[in-house]
Design a protein around this ligand. Structure first.
Ligand code: AMP
Length: 509
């Protein structure tokens, strides 16, 4: 089984290539082609995934997990029926549900372009826990662009991919050259997506209900609140099709009919759209620095980019008509195309005789987040200040390498601690709290030297995003090569423990 898997914040999609060379979404056991990324722990040994889990969340929200993708790469333990779970194990359950009982699954799994190494590592571990062999972790916009370019082959110029999913926003500029597809710039916000619109609509529904029925307090009724959240998402989807919708709300024996107009929702979400436009401007500025002066195509992916206001706002901003190409499936389709290329290079023939030559070529990408070294801030009079000096910068082409000289602080310093940090927020900042430590080591055995002696630190990020670090004292030649150990991601022992607890769970949809 060779698959492309789009492990989404709100929905997960698996795709293959059919006998005619067409990418197809594979239905889950309920016949649905999109599976909600929701896990419900029904009993100690019984887990529900997908629509059934989402329905169960209305009655038992405490045993239900949603939006786990937002936690990937972070330490975030959850306990259900006395068993420890992590973002990796929850994601593994979703993956296990969508691939079913099949064994020998090989897949390309997609990740947002701005995922750092910790999130990528966590995604890789989730797939491994689910028994899936990962052929490649492919960046979502690259996957969307692969599908777009193979379905609209005559498009020219650079492409802007605008991906508004359920919980994340991701924007990328790509260009296609003789050496394959090149990601020129990436940017995004890991806490912005369709769910933010849902929350606004839900508040609007609750306020309208309270106005219509002042004697009933809907905020006391947990089940009703969950129902309203589910309803809000439904209303949002319907308003992409119709201009207004009336919702019947029943709570505490009272009922109210609330009319929601598309215009109202557009006004409620105007600041959210503005935030995506601000990030889009930022990614275009980064692309301009790398020679991309204009984009020829704007591709909309992610379910939430179906809201008509999105295309309108982008058209007004960029003067290019955005194309909505199967926003729910483009990423999984692109991943399926890539998976087949990787599994049997040169053999894939796409429908209509078009060869996926683009998918045959390697993709070149950029550094998704800046990396740097933690140093003492010599300008801080208290002597306590620390800052992160970024030496490999966001949106630099991969592979990237930088050697920087730092200085020892005291005479005869015999060791130097080397702590490498990755940018944690959407924009780089030297404040340690805005960065996360990814590697930590010590260069020891230094000869007796005066304070201010140099130590060279080289940070390298390979074409596939792997970080390696060496530190060297030039006088003695003492060298430290840091292991590619990533802080905060499940280690071998924890992996085995999670694998054991997952093996004891029955997963159904
Ligand atoms: P994704 O993460 O790409 O699967 O996107 C899921 C998000 O898209 C969720 O917030 C959905 O509510 C939203 N969505 C799906 N279909 C529509 C639609 N027709 N109109 C507006 N939003 C939608």
């Amino acid at each position: 089984m060779i698959l492309g898997i789009d492990l989404g914040t709100t929905y997960t999609v698996t795709a293959g290539i059919d006998g005619d060379g067409r990418p197809v979404a594979l239905p889950n056991s309920l016949g649905e082609t999109t599976t909600p990324s929701v896990v419900h722990f029904e009993a100690a040994d019984q887990v529900l995934v997908g629509s059934t889990a989402r329905n169960a969340s209305a009655v038992d929200p405490d045993n239900t997990v949603t939006l786990i993708k937002r936690r990937m790469g972070s330490e975030f333990d959850l306990f259900f029926h006395g068993v420890r779970h992590t973002p990796e194990s929850i994601s593994a359950l979703i993956l296990r549900a969508v691939v079913g009982e099949a064994s020998g699954v090989r897949a390309v799994v997609t990740v947002p372009a701005y995922f750092g190494i910790r999130e990528r590592e966590a995604t890789f571990q989730a797939a491994t826990l689910a028994g899936i062999e990962v052929l490649e972790l492919l960046s979502e916009p690259v996957a969307a662009a692969l599908h777009y370019r193979t379905s609209v082959p005559d498009s020219a110029g650079a492409t802007l991919v605008y991906d508004l999913g359920g919980g994340t926003f991701d924007t990328t500029v790509l260009r296609e050259g003789i050496r394959g597809v090149e990601v020129v710039a990436v940017d995004g916000d890991s806490h912005l997506g369709g769910a933010d619109w849902d929350a606004r609509i839900a508040s609007h529904l609750l306020e309208s209900f309270t106005r219509a029925v002042p004697d009933v307090d809907p905020y006391e009724d947990e089940v009703f609140l969950s129902e309203v959240t589910v309803l809000a998402e439904k209303v949002k989807r319907e308003l992409s099709r119709v201009s207004s919708r009336t919702v019947a709300l029943r709570c505490g024996g009272a009922s109210a009919a609330v009319e929601v107009a598309r215009e109202t929702v557009e006004a409620m979400g105007a600041d959210l759209v503005d935030r995506t436009l601000e990030i889009t401007r930022r990614v275009l500025r980064s692309a301009r620095d790398r020679g991309v002066l204009r984009v020829g195509a704007v591709v909309l992916v992610g379910g939430a980019s179906r809201m008509p206001g999105i295309a309108k706002a982008l058209h007004a901003e960029l003067g290019v008509e955005p194309r909505l190409v199967e926003p729910d499936f483009a990423v999984a389709y692109g991943a399926a195309i890539r998976a087949h290329q990787l599994a049997s290079p040169g053999e894939l023939r796409l429908a209509g005789g078009r060869m996926a030559s683009m998918a045959d070529q390697p993709t070149r990408s950029v550094v998704s987040r800046s990396f740097g070294v933690l140093v003492d801030d010599s300008h801080d009079p208290s002597g306590e200040g620390r800052l992160v000096v970024h030496t490999v910068h966001q949106n630099e082409p991969l592979p990237a390498t930088a050697t920087t000289r730092f200085a020892t602080i005291v005479d005869e310093q015999d060791r130097v601690r080397v702590q490498v940090y990755e940018q944690a927020g959407d924009v780089p900042s030297s404040e340690p709290a805005h960065n996360r430590r990814v590697l930590d080591g010590e260069l020891s055995g230094l000869p007796p030297l005066p304070a201010g002696s140099h130590v060279e630190v080289t940070l390298s990020v390979s074409a596939d995003g792997l970080l390696s670090v060496t530190a060297r004292e030039p006088a003695s030649g003492a060298t430290l090569a840091l292991e590619s150990y990533v802080d905060g991601v499940v280690d071998g022992g924890a992996h085995a423990e999670l694998a054991t607890s997952l093996a004891g769970l029955r997963v159904s949809q």
